[in-house]
Design a protein around this ligand. Sequence first.
Ligand code: ATP
Length: 319
Amino acid sequence: MASAAIIETRQTVKRFGEIRAVDGVDLAVEKGEIFGLIGHNGAGKSTLFKMMLGLLSPTSGEIRIDGRPPAGEAFRQIRRSIGYLPENVAFYDHLTGLETLRFFADLKGADRNACLPLLDKVGLCHAARRRVHGYSKGMRQRLGFAQAMLGNPKILFLDEPTTGLDPEGIRDFYRILDAMRTQGTTVILTSHILAEIQERVDRLAIMKMGRIDALGTMQSLRERADIPLRLQIDLRGGDADTVRRLLRQAGATEVNGGDGMISARCARQRKMEALRALASLPAVVDIQIREPTLEDVFLGYGQENAGGRMESAEKEGRL
Ligand code: ATP
């Protein structure tokens, strides 16, 4: 596998008995990307992560992390430059937050002096000397994130990193990721909170039944999914019937509402036609356009493809 990708899988398969948890995944994550992996429960995300980290061996296929397979002596060095936040992070409850982080720093051969600044970075400075036993779910998650960042990793694997975080914590978390990306760190993360990751990752892969079913930027996924845009037209006085007629002429569907506000769905390709028609009406005082969300793409896609799946991830991004 010769490529510039820092994380690369080729036809990677993991079977557990009859279960094909990962079923032929081709993926290439470039250096400095923030890459999101989404999918239903049991889609194979965590299993793929564990193989990339060398915690599970693939049944077949290839994996390269920073150019090397995730196994053997050579990978031990690379592992030092990898941070991992597992889905269910477990700590020794009798240790304080600071002791916990120092324990992991020692295991990883990272600088102990970095621990307190890291706790500060994740907003846990005030609780550094409290036992983890008394930490809330979100505080444990923050501690897990600090642990993953020990040693300035080149690659971060984060499995559902924002579970339990409050809105401020989520915002701070993505700010930290952005700053790390600027320094060249590559991040791959999973999440079920689609609204949260849709504008915060560079690219996304949708995993389904062990395979990558769609891959691309949020905008490319939206365009390929071809889900109609939502229009909301605010009216002041004027003729709602004319607005409804013009919308229908422009191919809009689900035209609802009356005096004051009308909503409709409109194909992306006919958006400008609809907007031009509406803009000429003095009664139209505002038009809001709502792009499909990642949830729309994910759910729309899931329904359309309920009966089948893509032959190969080579068909990148096709929904
Ligand atoms: P979630 O979103 O719920 O965390 P996931 O996408 O991370 O799900 P995985 O944990 O990778 O999914 O699981 C994929 C499939 O592999 C599931 O059917 C799961 O039951 C199965 N599986 C995972 N680990 C094992 C194991 N050690 N032994 C047997 N089956 C397993």
